[in-house]
Ligand binder design. Structure first.
Ligand code: NAP
Ligand code: ZN
Ligand code: ZN
Length: 346
């Protein structure tokens, strides 16, 4: 077994704290990674605090993982010791259903997606995430990070990156399209970078006046401050696609009103409480949809795209002794724009 030290939540109400645990001994298809960096995703907080009602404790969060390959099983082909490798939100799936075979393991039709943490593997063992110094994973779910990208700033690509890249691609964000991104956090800032790079006219909706200049630097053609009174009326019916990256309760009807006929509001943010949607808001043949991360093949495609276009996250490095503080700052929308934990501080 691989003795590992990390940080875990023991309950919804306690701060996360140091925790020792074990990963399985790497099997013939497995890669052992010495974790260097792990991003802090708002999903870590939702899950540790049981805001989605599915928490399994002890929970070692973290699914934006970059590190170096320390050992490979006898059948591993893609990786060798010393490579920079990455793991995102999934570590296994049934691999046999149409979704899994088609590269959409996150939509496994048998419900057998194994998440990186807060999940059970095929043997029924709890999975442990990236807030630790090691992880063991089947090479089929391990990604390669382009050599030209900074490893720490690449870590958030594994969740915030793919979660925004996948729907923007699916709904054809590109030249001639008007795309809105709601919320400038970890996901939102990657959404701006991708939408802009894909060539769409990109508009940010934010509650934070202090983020306007950054938004323009990150790729927004326009920034709309949603704290201003009657801000929405003049933009009604003008958007092809809106990607909602907000982590807390907010009114979806306002954003549905901004769509053109046949336009789509896609939710990627997952607030704790359900939203109310009036039928009138979608009667203009509007679509309300959602999207979950992205498959392994598409995640590698996204990483390669980032390598080609030199795209990484804007990060603030932090240390494990400050991780609870960092979580509080994420909740206050006070991070520019993703915290990354340095495993050297464990
Ligand atoms: P984050 O960094 O905390 O960003 C969330 C942003 O939402 C904030 O920066 C803020 O932007 C805005 N916001 C916060 N509270 C708000 C409120 N009360 N009203 C309006 N806007 C508010 O979070 P994240 O890590 O990007 O994650 C965002 C959400 O996506 C979370 O719910 C997370 O669990 C979810 N998620 C989903 C997937 C998926 O596969 N679907 C994957 C990863 C994460 P402004 O300051 O600009 O207003
Ligand atoms: Zn995430
Ligand atoms: Zn499947």
């Amino acid at each position: 077994m691989i003795a590992t030290k990390g940080y875990a939540a023991q309950s919804a109400k306690t701060p996360i704290a140091p925790f020792n645990y074990e990963h399985r001994e790497p099997g013939e298809n497995d890669v052992l990674i010495d974790i260097q960096f792990c991003g802090i995703c708002h999903s870590d907080i939702h899950q540790a605090r049981n805001e989605w009602g599915n928490a399994l404790y002890p929970m070692v969060p973290g699914h934006e993982i970059v590190g170096t390959v320390a050992r490979v099983g006898s059948k591993v082909k893609k990786f060798k010791v010393g490579d920079i490798a990455a793991i995102g939100c999934m570590v296994d799936s049934c691999r046999e259903c149409n979704s899994c075979k088609g590269g959409d393991e996150q939509y496994c039709e048998r419900g057998q997606t194994v998440y990186t943490y807060n999940s059970k593997d095929k043997l029924g063992n709890l999975t442990w995430g990236g807030y630790g110094n090691h992880i063991v994973c089947d090479e089929a779910f391990v990604l390669s990070v382009p050599k030209n990208l900074d490893p720490a700033a690449s870590a958030p690509l594994l969740c915030a990156g793919i979660t925004t890249y996948s729907p923007l691609k699916h709904w054809n964000a590109g030249p001639g399209k008007k795309v809105g991104i709601v919320g400038l956090g970890g996901l939102g800032h990657m959404g701006l970078k991708f939408s802009h790079t894909f060539g769409a006219h990109t508009v940010l909706f934010t509650t934070s006046a202090s983020k306007i200049d950054d938004a323009k630097r990150l790729g927004a053609d326009e920034v709309i401050l949603t704290k201003e009174e009657n801000w929405a009326a003049k933009h009604a019916g003008s958007f092809d696609f809106i990607l909602d990256c907000v982590s807390a309760e907010h009114d979806l009807n306002t954003y549905l009103a901004l769509l053109k006929r046949d336009g789509t509001l896609c939710l990627v943010g997952v607030p704790e409480k359900p939203a109310t949607v009036y039928a009138f808001s979608v009667l203009g043949r509007k679509h309300l949809s959602g999207s979950m991360i992205g498959g392994i093949k598409e995640t590698q495609e996204m990483l390669d795209f980032c390598g080609k276009h030199n795209i990484v996250s804007d990060i603030e490095m932090t240390s494990y002794d400050k991780v609870n503080e960092a979580w509080e700052r994420v909740i206050k929308s006070d991070v520019k724009y993703r915290f990354v934990l340095d495993a050297k501080t464990l």
